[in-house]
Design a binder for this molecule. Sequence first.
Ligand code: SAM
Length: 300
Amino acid sequence: MNLCNIRTVKDIMARYGTDTKKGFGQNFLINPAIPEDIAEESYSYHTRENGMGESAVLEIGPGIGALTAQLCERYDKVVAVEIDKTLIPILGETLGEYSNVRVINEDFLKLDLKSFLKEEFNSTPVSVCANLPYYITTPIIMKLLEESRDEGRCMLTSLTVMVQKEVADRLCATEKDSEYGAITASLNYYGRVKKLFTVAPGNFLPAPSVTSAVIRIELYKESPYSVKDEKTLFEVISGAFAQRRKTMLNSLSSSLGFVSKERIGQIITELGFDINIRGERLSVADFCALADKIYEEKKK
Ligand code: SAM
């Protein structure tokens, strides 16, 4: 079955008495070359990093299975989490020929991810591959980054995901770009981001109003950045960007209740930064140095 044929998509959904739901961010791929390219980008990196042993992939939001089928062709094991219960019997039909897939009807954001990864995949290396629902792109990516570590080691190899182009630009920004923000700095702590290709609205049913882009977040097994307390690091990053038009000193002093403005100012200058510097000028390594000093204050 060609799962990227508009007629097929419409017919199968009508046959099961359902339709695409805007509320779940449903924009299904209708150009077969795209799920093939996304799956290939994911799998080639996965094997480059892990060799040709048993492979596994987690997909969030399989829809009617266009990308899932391509993942089933490549990976040994595919687990797909779909929130929309009306799509589950459809996936039973469209993926019927594959015995290496398991579809789970859950809200991905509500999963206990660490236990889920251990239960589903045990010690098999896992990658994530998805055409993400745009209304929750950032929470999904942050959950994958924050909750996939076990005793400091990341259980995931990479995230190959389609997002809005604008979000991709933000995630791929460096501290010289205007798009650089809290999510960029946090993400750089966990891995490297690569923009792979853009996808025009006409490749989806229904067509979204914006261009999309496929990115790959290549996760560090262990972060190359060392920090005394990760929680403080992320508090400092989000505090530094909380009020973007303010200097980092002002933004941090309104969000970190436990250190005085005067002490934050001293720390900024002790680290060799201009007192009027803004958060968007700091690399993740700079944030780690800042967080370590702020953590010392927290402990007092
Ligand atoms: N993978 C399909 C494709 O590329 O054609 C569909 C992608 S569509 C952009 C996003 C999918 O994510 C939809 O199937 C939607 O129902 C699902 N979804 C939305 N919110 C979700 C959530 N919280 N947990 C799991 N799946 C979700």
